[in-house]
Design a protein around this ligand. Structure first.
Ligand SMILES: Nc1ncnc2c1ncn2[C@@H]1O[C@H](COP(=O)(O)OP(=O)(O)OP(=O)(O)O)[C@@H](O)[C@H]1O
Ligand SMILES: [Mg+2]
Length: 276
């Protein structure tokens, strides 16, 4: 590999022979998956297909029933609590509902991980938070409470907080859920910007084909208790796997389905261009 002229891909996440689930109940079986550094990977699948279960297994919240899970090369389930707590600074999480503290300003919310994990002086903390908030397009909203900004802005505050320690990888569970398409697209832009600027790896759970089309370098499709397909949007749009095909056609009810391959994606990207 070293002699290759191409930069070889480095796995930030690696699962081998993993059964993920709860107690004896296997939700996803025999998961073999590698997620590459610097890429945005989308986890896709219907409600109950196991997306959150897989995410919890990857980030150390749900021990696998079987198999091996490595995050940034480390065996997270083999670590003691202290080591794991310190290791988790390298990971950012953007939860579905943002999980901001309502009684604290946006600035204080974003500053939280800095105050918890570093001994930086207050002026430095504030300046770092201001810079991150500016990067997500929220300059000037530092002193507002989360309740006094829009839903889309709250997501950006949560993203700024997830990114404040410059993590190597950020996990987002349905970042654009509940947002209108324009606001969701704005959030997608911010996520893309973070990935480009910092080379961050991202794993994003989403149902939105628009988001996937804009964001995902790679898509992992879950259904029927296993991974059905892994590949680029183009790969998957040409997949003859029934479950994958269903997804790409189900969400385009007006698709006449005659020419099949790629037409849905072209239409979505056309709509996207018109909205801009
Ligand atoms: N704590 C739990 N204990 C037992 N079963 C659970 C638990 N959490 C989830 N499940 C089950 O695991 C399966 C997968 O759930 P999961 O939450 O991973 O789906 P999902 O793909 O994230 O769905 P959604 O899109 O609705 O969030 C479901 O059948 C669910 O009922
Ligand atoms: Mg879920």
């Amino acid at each position: 590999m070293e002699t290759s002229t191409y930069k070889s891909k480095e796995a930030v996440i690696s699962l081998k022979g993993v059964d993920a689930g709860y107690g004896d109940t296997v939700i996803l079986s025999n998961v073999n998956l590698e997620i590459w550094r610097g890429e945005i990977t989308a986890l896709l699948g219907g409600s109950g297909s196991g997306k959150s279960t897989l995410l919890k297994t990857i980030i150390g919240l749900l021990p696998p029933i079987k198999g091996e899970v490595r995050l940034l090369g480390e065996d997270i389930y083999g670590m003691d609590d202290l080591t794991r707590a310190s290791f988790m600074k390298r990971i950012g999480m953007l939860f579905q509902y943002g999980a901001l503290f309502g009684s604290q300003s946006n600035l204080d919310n974003v500053a939280l991980p800095l105050r918890e994990h570093t001994n930086l002086p207050e002026e430095v903390v504030r300046e770092m938070v201001r810079m991150k908030l500016e990067l997500v397009g929220l300059k000037g909203l530092e002193n507002r409470l989360p309740a006094d900004v829009s839903g889309g802005q709250r997501k950006r505050v949560a993203l700024a907080r997830a990114a404040i320690l410059d993590p190597e990888i950020i996990f987002c569970d349905e970042p654009s859920a509940g947002l209108d398409p324009i606001v969701a697209a704005g959030l997608d832009d911010v996520l893309r910007r973070f990935q480009r600027l910092f080379g961050m790896s991202m794993v994003i759970i989403t149902h939105e084909l628009e988001s996937i089309k804009i964001l995902a370098d790679r898509v992992v499709m879950l259904a029927d208790g296993k991974i059905q397909a892994v590949g680029t949007v183009d790969d998957l749009s040409q997949s003859d796997n029934e479950r994958v095909y269903d997804f790409f056609h189900r969400i385009a009810p007006h698709d006449d389905g005659e020419d099949g391959q790629g037409s849905v994606l072209e239409r979505v990207s056309g709509e996207w261009a018109r909205e801009q």
